[in-house]
Write a protein that binds this ligand. Structure first.
Ligand SMILES: Cc1cc2nc3c(=O)[nH]c(=O)nc-3n(C[C@H](O)[C@H](O)[C@H](O)COP(=O)(O)O)c2cc1C
Length: 425
């Protein structure tokens, strides 16, 4: 499968065109990408030099005072600290801890430019689905196994409305994005069956992806008898994909595993990082015809409790597993909490849909202010402040105290957070 990619004329043509275009993009990004901290540092340097000149020219002050002034300036609690927001997620060096999660926004070149200039650390392209890869494979090899034929039969029309109609277009997009971007581009696969189709990850790497994210989807769980089988299936996915690539592999997991920490430990040698968590569509039951309805909605910022709990648990029991938090992150407070909870970076999606790429800059500004206020210079220093996980006893005491809270206190809290909450009872 892999050798065929560069030989295909349509991909070669797109690759050449992109290489040419990348020079223009490279220059533009260089101009946009100068970190504000480095500008401030330079400004500060000139101000200091100017200060020394003035002080020296005032003979009555003398060198002693000039040096004192200089020292005072250097040691003062200045808001202009030189901060390092870079982080490492499973071998990918990111200039900032915000990644844009897989979604159609990253398929668009203008959006990618805007997100880069807002300071994003990496971007995940929207997923290519198993059904699309099986169709691609059938077209190129002409061989379709009975299982693949079933996948194709069910996929009729499913991907018709997709922003990326087929795997060929996806490869071209990966190539385009990776050549044009100065931040890592992560290709995303989404599927639910082990098989040859997973080797397509090698094609994505060859097209230029800096890493592969595999969004694990399971068939309805009632088909399984044993949670260990589910874990084994995930580990098999990872092993298979990992064998076809040399770039990092990240698994995007759903939250319903019996023990995410246990699974994380099994995956340490199979993948380079976990994204906690993927989201499912909302489901509802229609009262008109009693049918199940699904819809996909943007998440609200701030409902982070289950994710932070999982991050703390996985980080506590498996600290060598790189982690990214995802789901409901939309403010700098959310970002800081997720980093303190155990994540190396945070993924955002709904917030970018709602507020545009500028939300990335706002979140990074808030993180910078927090770090300056607390005299933290690097994300490693921030991570050193991670709270230890609750002990079992403390967790239980917190729960009991919470459940025993008097009604008037609960009502007061609810009115404070939601002013419209009725105060009945
Ligand atoms: C419109 C839209 C499209 C998405 N497409 C994908 C996708 O192709 N693959 C995937 O793994 N996740 C996809 N997601 C899920 C996001 O990557 C992310 O995991 C989820 O939205 C939670 O993050 P958020 O709360 O910041 O939105 C999509 C989300 C949205 C809103």
């Amino acid at each position: 499968m892999r050798q065929s990619l560069n030989q295909r004329p349509e991909i070669r043509a797109i690759m050449c065109e992109n290489r040419l275009r990348s020079h223009a993009f490279g220059r533009e990004e260089h101009a946009l990408g100068v970190p504000i901290t480095s500008i401030l540092t330079k400004l500060r340097f000139f101000v200091l030099r100017y200060l020394i000149c003035i002080t020296r020219s005032v003979s009555s002050l003398g060198h002693g005072v000039a040096i004192s002034l200089l020292l005072a300036c250097l040691t003062s609690r200045s808001p202009i600290m030189s901060l390092d927001l870079s982080t490492n997620f499973g071998g990918l060096v990111l200039r900032s801890p915000i990644m844009v999660a897989a979604c159609p926004l990253t398929a668009n070149v203008q959006n990618r430019i805007a997100m880069e200039s807002a300071g994003v650390g990496a971007m995940v392209l929207p997923s290519l689905f198993e059904e699309q890869v099986v169709a691609w494979k059938a077209k190129h090899s002409g061989v379709v196994t009975p299982r693949e034929q079933r996948v194709l039969d069910h996929a009729e029309g499913v991907t018709r409305n997709s922003a990326i109609p087929d795997a060929q277009t996806y490869l071209a997009m990966v190539n385009c994005a990776s050549v044009q971007s100065s931040v890592p581009i992560i290709a995303s696969l989404n599927g639910q069956t082990d098989g040859d189709w997973l080797d397509f990850a090698g094609e994505l790497q060859e097209a230029g992806a800096d890493a592969i994210e595999f969004s694990v989807h399971h068939r309805p769980l009632n088909q399984y008898d044993d949670p260990r089988e589910i874990e084994t299936e995930v580990a098999d996915f990872a092993r298979r994909i990992d064998a076809s690539i040399t770039v990092p592999l990240f698994l995007k997991l759903h939250r319903e595993y019996t023990s995410v920490s246990h699974l994380a430990r099994r995956l340490v040698s199979g993948c380079q990082g976990l994204v906690l968590f993927a989201r499912d569509p909302e489901i509802d039951i229609s009262l008109d015809d009693c049918s199940v309805q699904t819809s996909w909605q943007l998440s609200q910022s701030g409902f982070l409790s289950p994710m932070i709990r999982a991050l703390m648990s996985v980080y506590g029991s498996c600290p060598s597993m790189p982690l990214v938090g995802s789901g409901g992150i939309g403010s700098s407070q959310d970002l800081i909490k997720v980093l303190l909870g155990g994540a190396d970076a945070a993924m955002v999606c709904s917030a970018v849909y709602r507020e545009g790429p500028d939300v990335i800059r706002k979140m990074l500004d808030g993180l910078t202010r927090f770090m300056e206020h607390n005299r933290i210079r690097t994300l490693n220093e921030l991570q050193a402040k991670r709270p230890l996980e609750f002990s079992g006893e403390q967790d239980r005491m917190n729960m009991i105290n919470g459940l025993q809270t008097r009604p008037e206190v609960i009502r007061a809290r609810a009115t404070h957070t939601h002013p419209m909450t009725p105060t009945w009872g």
